[in-house]
Design a protein around this ligand. Structure first.
Ligand code: C5P
Length: 218
């Protein structure tokens, strides 16, 4: 039994990959498993928070005590997250949201021909930046997955999206990133950085929850 330090707090967690349809049988997505976000949602609920998990398609069970909202596309996740953010105390943006989506979805299966084909992609909206622009002192935690210039990119996102802190994971670290049960992260905020050792995703979730408790204690 954990101390219920987040009792009375309403928190949103976004998790998993979005799916952008091309036609009825094909889509564009990414390798996110949702494990990190589900671990965070479960950890926050264990500490007494009322958690809404806005999730892309995953094979994971819903963590105990968490309200789950299933979405497919980036546009659906945007709507669900913006709606849930109203009346909440903050959000943890863990989802791997598509940055681009096909400009139109074909109603019928696209037939192949001998030549190449071209799909025009249009930018999706940035959910985190939208919540950050209407934050009003609420908590906003972001993630950054980078392959190079990690620190600089993460710091730029902290400002651009108005995060309180950002959890950086590098694909360069062994044991970090997609699908696995471990992660190696660095917390970055406006006062500095804290590099954590390789931990289970649940342990990373505990450390994130501790930081969130500190945010609300201040
Ligand atoms: O800019 P980038 O996608 O690298 O930023 C990652 C952070 O922004 C993550 O917290 C992710 O959940 C969030 N994000 C979002 N909506 C998008 C793109 C990213 O909430 N459309």
């Amino acid at each position: 039994e954990k101390k219920k330090n987040l009792q009375g707090k309403r928190l949103i967690v976004t998790a998993g990959a979005t799916i952008e349809a091309i036609d009825p049988v094909r889509f564009i997505s990414n390798h996110s498993s949702g494990k990190m976000g589900y671990a965070i949602a479960g950890e926050l609920a264990d500490r007494g928070a009322c958690v809404t998990l806005v999730t892309g398609r995953t094979e994971l069970p819903t963590p105990a005590g968490v309200e789950r909202v299933d979405v497919l596309s980036a546009a659906e996740m945007y709507d669900a997250a913006v709606r849930a953010f109203e009346g909440s105390d903050g959000a943890v943006m863990c989802a791997a949201v598509a940055d681009y989506t096909p400009d139109r979805v074909s109603d019928t299966k696209i037939k192949k021909c001998d030549g190449d084909m071209c799909i025009t992609l249009r930018r999706t909206r940035d959910i985190a930046a939208e919540l950050g622009a209407h934050k009003d002192g609420r908590l906003l935690v972001g993630f950054a997955l980078e392959t190079h210039d990690e620190q600089a990119h993460a710091e730029a996102k902290l400002e651009k999206k108005n995060f309180d802190f950002i959890v950086l994971n590098s694909l360069r670290d062994a044991g970090a990133g997609f699908r696995g049960d471990t992660n190696k992260v660095t917390f970055i905020d406006r006062t500095g950085r804290e590099e954590l050792p390789l931990l289970s995703k649940r342990e990373v979730a505990e450390r994130i929850a501790e930081r969130i408790e500190e945010f609300f204690a201040e």
